[in-house]
Ligand binder design. Structure first.
Ligand code: FMN
Length: 188
């Protein structure tokens, strides 16, 4: 198969699509859609999100030093897209989307009750990476809908997850293998 040169751009795909909250229960609060998010440390558990400084969320996260990552279901797709088009400077996206702000356990930023998994994060480092700033954060609490938890872990096969690539949304479906299956029984 021959290869062709394509325009140099951020091309890692697929990306997750998550809803990140900032602010607090009793003050300003906001939701932003983020595709540039990844786990980046197992111990301590850490994650990072890339946010443009022009976003309202950037102001709120910088001021409070925390945020939550909420994993949406496919049924939340319209809200996911909306929270990525409209700024919280103009509108309250919690009420626009019919989302409930619930108190988080360990951070000021509220969690989105309707999302099946809520991940509470405290910013430990901010890295300026060109157009976006990386908020590198420690995961201090994770809550999930009880019916998703199997052996103390979230069973993501029970959530209709959304993926994102080149401006399009995809629904994740089939489980096609388990970690380590290629070497099972072959390694000493
Ligand atoms: C699918 C999708 C993914 C997005 N990913 C990011 C991202 O990773 N980082 C970012 O800064 N903006 C991202 N955006 C754009 C912001 O979500 C958008 O500008 C939003 O309106 C900013 O909201 P705020 O001003 O209330 O913070 C994304 C938008 C969409 C629709």
């Amino acid at each position: 198969m021959s290869k062709s040169i394509v325009r140099t751009s951020p091309s890692v795909a697929p990306a997750p699509v998550v809803l990140v909250t900032s602010g607090s229960m009793d003050g300003p609060r906001n939701i932003i859609t983020i595709a540039w998010a990844t786990n980046c440390s197992a111990e301590p558990p850490m994650t990072c999100i890339a946010v443009r400084p022009s976003r309202y969320s950037h102001d709120l996260i910088s001021a409070a030093g925390d945020f939550t990552i909420n994993i949406p279901r496919v049924s939340h797709l319209k809200e996911v897209d909306y929270c990525g088009q409209v700024s919280g400077r103009q509108s309250d996206k919690f009420s626009d989307c019919g989302f409930t702000a619930g108190p988080s356990q360990k951070v000021k930023a509220p969690s989105i009750v309707e999302c099946p998994v809520n991940i509470e994060c405290v910013v430990r480092n901010t890295v300026k990476a060109g157009t976006h700033h990386l908020f590198v954060a420690e995961i201090v609490a994770v809550n999930a809908d009880s019916d998703l938890i199997v052996d103390g872990k979230v069973d993501f096969s029970r959530v209709n997850l959304i993926a994102y690539a080149q401006n399009h949304y995809y629904e994740l479906g089939r489980d096609i293998g388990v970690y380590g299956f290629s070497t099972r029984g072959k390694r000493a």
